[in-house]
Design a protein around this ligand. Structure first.
Ligand SMILES: NC(=O)c1ccc[n+]([C@@H]2O[C@H](COP(=O)([O-])OP(=O)(O)OC[C@H]3O[C@@H](n4cnc5c(N)ncnc54)[C@H](O)[C@@H]3O)[C@@H](O)[C@H]2O)c1
Length: 368
């Protein structure tokens, strides 16, 4: 397998568990930054580096590639792999628009290669526990979901959001984190029918939103709200409340990248007085947690099994597209100030939206 894009994907997510995942070998790494190739060699002993994916595909005989480049590179990289018969594990969000997702899906369907979306939360034991509670009837029918993913103004991304803050991404924090929460809400409450959204650009640098409120109406009638603010003024937090007819499940996690192996808090509330703790057991041993429960390791092993046995991945291209359709519909909703019904038949003019419509609310102390 080739590892393409050696930023946080290698540094904090897959890198630490690569040697633990069974059945795969990273034979090449690709990054347009020579510095990142040096880091990959020094930190993980991955020394067969290329500055471009095309060169790597030309010279190496690969079975598969993990693509962890910025979102605007996904379509080019995922299609190039398909054209060489290379199976792909693709980071979220799948691409910038449903049209780009279709290009990727068509290329892999034509090549007969596996296309798996890296929705690692579907492989996370805490999120699986929440799903088990919901599917086991612990809260009855899902009536609504409230999701918050908040960060303080002084945490990463406020000063220099890098590519995540550029108009070229066609989206900001909502596209980035919303792709996860949309995917989870589709897991817990089913397909989404319509979307209404509000975005703000706060802080001195981003050209795209870093503050949002999005309301999705699911086909079941359930509503999920998805919100993020940079004015949290405490440590970052990711929280989901799933409201059912007979109970509420609450799950919360400190959104610190170095806590990936820490299980989320999970509480089941009933009748306003019963509270059950369903948090998975934490051994406090990083090695044990990584070997048994790392969401990235479990995800990698699922990918390997799909490639080896020709199975369809649990998180496939259609699922990646479904999330992108919702994130794109939200930008259209904010641009045209209306509820947008799916399927999405038109695409927003992202550049126009971010440059002329999305409100800029830079606090005075950062403005000058
Ligand atoms: N699932 C998760 O937990 C999770 C977490 C973080 C990021 N991501 C996703 O991973 C992807 C990358 O995010 P990141 O945080 O690692 O970004 P990053 O900026 O840390 O790393 C991206 C890397 O790609 C390289 N790159 C850029 N253009 C390239 C090109 N054309 N060819 C080769 N290399 C190129 C950059 O030099 C950089 O090293 C995004 O899709 C992001 O949403 C997922």
């Amino acid at each position: 397998m080739a590892f393409v894009g050696l930023g946080s994907c290698l540094q904090t997510m897959f890198g630490p568990v690569l040697r633990l995942a069974e059945g795969l070998e990273v034979v090449a790494v690709v990054d347009s930054s020579a510095e990142r190739l040096v880091e990959a060699r020094e930190m993980y002993g991955l020394d067969n580096g290329y500055l471009s994916l095309d060169e790597c595909l030309e010279k190496e005989e690969l079975d598969a590639a993990l693509i962890g480049t910025p979102v605007f590179e996904h379509v080019g990289h995922a299609v190039a792999c398909a054209e060489r018969g290379v199976h792909v594990l693709l980071e979220k969000p799948m691409a910038r628009s449903p049209r780009e997702c279709d290009e990727i899906i068509d290329a892999h369907a034509k090549a007969g290669t596996v296309l798996m979306m890296a929705f690692m939360k579907r492989f996370n034991r805490s999120m699986r526990k929440v799903t088990e509670l919901i599917e086991g009837g612990a809260i009855g029918a899902v009536m609504g979901i409230r999701h918050n993913w908040d960060w303080g103004p002084d945490e990463s991304g406020w000063v220099d959001p890098g590519w995540r803050g550029s108009v070229r991404t066609w989206g900001g924090q909502w596209q980035d984190h919303g792709s996860h929460s949309v995917n989870l809400s589709q897991w817990w409450a089913g397909p989404i029918r319509s979307v209404t959204a509000f975005f703000d650009i706060t802080g001195p640098y981003p050209e795209v939103e870093n503050d949002y409120i999005v309301v999705c109406t699911h086909e079941s009638g359930a509503r999920s709200t998805h919100a993020a603010t940079r004015y949290f003024h405490r440590r970052g937090e990711e929280r989901y409340l799933v409201f059912g007819e007979t109970g509420t499940v609450e799950t919360r996690h400190e959104a610190d990248v170095f806590r990936y192996t820490t299980p989320h808090e999970i509480r089941l509330h009933r009748y306003g007085r019963v509270e059950e703790n369903h948090r998975p057991k934490h051994s406090r041993n990083w090695q044990v947690e990584s070997e048994l429960h790392s969401q990235y390791k479990v995800e990698l092993e699922h990918f390997v099994a799909c490639v080896r046995n020709g199975k369809s991945p649990m998180t496939d291209g259609a699922m990646g597209r479904a999330a992108v359709e919702v994130t794109s519909a939200a930008y259209l909703s904010a641009l045209e100030r209306r509820e947008v019904t799916l399927p999405l038949t038109e695409e927003p003019d992202y550049e126009y939206f971010f440059r002329h419509v999305a409100p800029q609310r830079t606090p005075a102390r950062y403005a000058g």
